[in-house]
Design a protein around this ligand. Structure first.
Ligand code: GAL
Length: 674
């Protein structure tokens, strides 16, 4: 954990001093102290500067930067710069540039152009990592190692011949025999059987759709091959820098990276760190932020994590660089902290004058320190200083949401029953519905134990292994309440349909079968009738056959008219709900209200819609974060029995009668008493 010695929340950002003359470094450090910066990420893009020619190192400048920071009491999250091999490397090893599915070899001149299977890249990355570890591994300023940068973006998969050979090795390790591979990939279809390993290629561009099991395995291979490179660097740093945590910055938001299986990666880092950028156009983009933060915490098993990058204001790579409103940066930062982050870091410290990201906001903007952004950055540093006590506490969640990157990859492949099926969209819709009910979400892998949560939702799980199906059934039998949405439980890990009627892996737990999918024409809707009132669905419907489940809403019209639409199955001590069409916010709210009642979750009615309330509890105390995203003040009662001795930490706000008012756009954090 960074800052272990000083017990501070981390505050700072990516620091790129090589873009500035040395006199600016002194001003930087003085300003960092003014803002309360505790940690900076250093050297992420510095390979060409650190190793200007192969095997020739220049550390003098970095020595000086680290000494300056250290003297000012600022910690360093030191990067291995392996996301940007220098120009000399590519001239010597053009084969290390990645090749697209269509056979285009990407050129040098941007960043992240890496074939993860390239032995030359692996050797060069290990050499610079070792050199950095030897020089700085025991330096007292180095509080954390930052390996690479955002594995998975901008490109992960490489289709070159070296990758092809590596893919074949991965397949041999996975399947052992060609017979097993042919069976798993269903190569009897379209005459694709392989008689020799050497016949197998990556799923390069082909005349029509490629074998989906081959594509799914290639996606797994790509995530694994980058992970092997992370592990190599991590192990070198563990050897040379004992006790210093090693991380790599994730981008868990499905809006931002779709190539990495973060469930697997979360187990490999010493501390999970994440980068998150708002979807600027979205008026309620704080919900996507919360979802990313909850997912980040979950891939780390619920332990505290660290937000390593977000923006003080505009980003430069979205269609419009929309500036954050006053107070929004603090709301964003503190929402991450509420959901488990041990601080708030930014890209970047000082806005660049040149290069691709000069219009990206920074802690020190082009406008300088006489600016709103700078003043808010200074205020945020003070706020984080006041919240040091939350370190080590854990976010308390109410509901589990099942999420699986591999299922998402499989569902996104071509030739599904409707192009309107969208795993990410469903996950975001369910998440928003839970957010609006003021429930905090823990994400879970489909095979993980869910029993800590009374309610578990499965927004879209097209690929459901037999083990996952059993896991969900056991969860319900043991008393859990499960809500499953359509097109889940359909295929196994090889994208083969489970035997028997759909949804093969979930028939038992749901107490029904799907006789026929009924995707709707574009723009069409269906009406659902039920005792709790009518609902509207779109995109999808199904002809269902209950086998134990009761019908709670039925189709009033559309292709499945007269049949069940939303069902409820009592099984063992629990209940499993099934939703067979795409519901909007109102429909999801109605189903979650009913399922929440089954789960015994007390409704949090009467709270303002965009008042975000999140708890962190632990030995350091119990903290309630109240973030008001609305334009009007919001008031609420503190939880029963917590008002005595409670104190508000950011503004010293009064807790009159156990009630707190959060002004429009503001954040309050209460250390609960009682
Ligand atoms: C991140 C990346 C940073 C910077 C930032 C802002 O994805 O790690 O280096 O590019 O986005 O665009």
């Amino acid at each position: 954990m960074p800052n272990a010695a000083t017990a501070r929340l981390a505050y700072g950002g990516d620091y790129n001093p090589e873009q500035w003359p040395e006199e600016v470094w002194h001003e930087d450090v003085a300003l960092m102290r003014e803002a309360g910066v505790t940690l900076v990420s250093l050297g992420i893009f510095s390979w060409a500067r650190l190793e200007p020619r192969e095997g020739e190192f220049d550390f003098a400048w970095l020595d000086r930067v680290i000494e300056l920071l250290h003297a000012a009491g600022i910690g360093v999250d030191l990067a291995t710069p392996t996301v940007v091999p220098p120009a000399w490397f590519y001239r010597a090893h053009p084969e290390a540039l990645p090749v697209s599915r269509e056979g285009v070899r990407w050129e040098f001149g941007s960043r992240g152009a890496i074939c993860h299977s390239s032995p030359a890249y692996q050797r060069a990355a290990a050499r610079i990592t070792r050199a950095l570890g030897e020089r700085y591994g025991r330096h007292p300023a180095v509080e954390m190692w930052h390996v690479h940068n955002e594995y998975g973006v901008p490109v992960l998969e490489c289709y070159c011949d070296t990758s092809a050979a590596d893919f074949r090795r991965w397949l041999r390790d996975t399947y052992g025999t060609l017979d097993a591979l042919n069976a798993a990939w269903g190569t009897a279809f379209w005459g694709q059987a392989y008689g020799e390993w050497s016949e197998i290629q990556p799923p390069r561009a082909a005349p029509t759709t490629t074998n989906p099991a081959q594509r799914l395995d290639f996606a797994r291979f790509a995530s694994d091959s980058a992970l092997a490179n992370f592990r190599r660097e991590r192990d070198i740093l563990h050897e040379l820098s004992p006790g210093v945590p090693v991380t790599t910055n994730f981008m868990v938001s499905p809006t931002q990276c779709d190539t990495i299986d973060y469930w697997a990666w979360g187990r490999e880092v010493d501390i999970v760190t994440n980068d998150h950028y708002l979807v600027a156009e979205d008026d309620r983009n704080h919900i996507n932020l919360s979802m990313a933060a909850d997912l980040t915490r979950s891939v780390g098993g619920g332990k505290p994590w660290l937000l390593l990058e977000h923006s003080t204001s505009a980003v430069n790579w979205q269609p419009r660089g929309i500036a954050k409103r006053p107070g929004e940066m603090a709301r964003n930062s503190l929402a991450h902290v509420a959901r488990g982050s041990e601080g708030a870091m930014f890209f970047q410290w000082r806005a660049s004058r040149a290069g691709a990201e000069k219009f990206h906001s920074a802690m020190v903007p082009h406008a300088g320190t006489d600016s709103r952004i700078w003043r808010e950055a200074v205020d945020l540093g003070a706020h984080l200083g006041a919240l040091a006590g939350v370190r080590g506490t854990r976010t308390a969640a109410d509901v589990a949401m099942v999420w699986d990157w591999q299922s998402w990859w499989a569902q996104k492949l071509e030739w599904r029953p409707s192009e309107d099926l969208d795993t990410r969209e469903r996950a975001e819709a369910f998440y928003a519905a839970l957010f609006d009910r003021h429930f905090t979400v823990d994400f879970a892998h489909p095979e993980a134990d869910l029993t800590a949560h009374p309610l578990a939702v499965v927004p879209a799980l097209y690929l459901t292994t037999a083990r996952a199906g059993e896991n969900l059934r056991r969860y319900v039998e043991a008393g859990g309440t499960l809500v499953v949405s359509y097109f889940s439980g359909i295929v196994d890990e090889h994208d083969a349909v489970h035997p028997g009627p759909h949804p093969g892996a979930l028939r038992d737990v749901l107490g029904l079968t799907v006789e026929e999918f009924q995707p709707l024409r574009a723009g069409r809707t269906v009406t659902l009738d039920g005792a709790a009132g009518p609902l509207t669905g779109d995109v999808w419907a199904e002809t269902l056959r209950p086998a134990g489940a009761e019908t709670v809403w039925s189709y009033a019209d559309g292709p499945a008219a007269g049949g069940p639409a939303i069902t409820r199955h009592r099984l063992g001590d629990g209940t499993a709900w099934y939703v067979s069409c795409r519901l909007g916010a109102d429909g999801l709210d109605a189903v979650l209200a009913a399922a929440g009642a089954d789960a015994g979750l007390a409704p949090r009615d009467g709270l303002p819609r965009d008042l975000e309330l999140v708890r962190r509890d632990g030995e350091g105390g119990r903290y309630l974060f109240a973030i008001n995203h609305a334009d009007a003040d919001a008031s609420f009662d503190l939880p029963a029995g917590t008002a005595d001795g409670a104190a508000e930490l950011l503004a010293g706000a009064p807790l009159t009668g156990g009630r707190l008012t959060v002004p429009a756009g503001a954040v309050r954090v209460v250390r609960l008493g009682g």
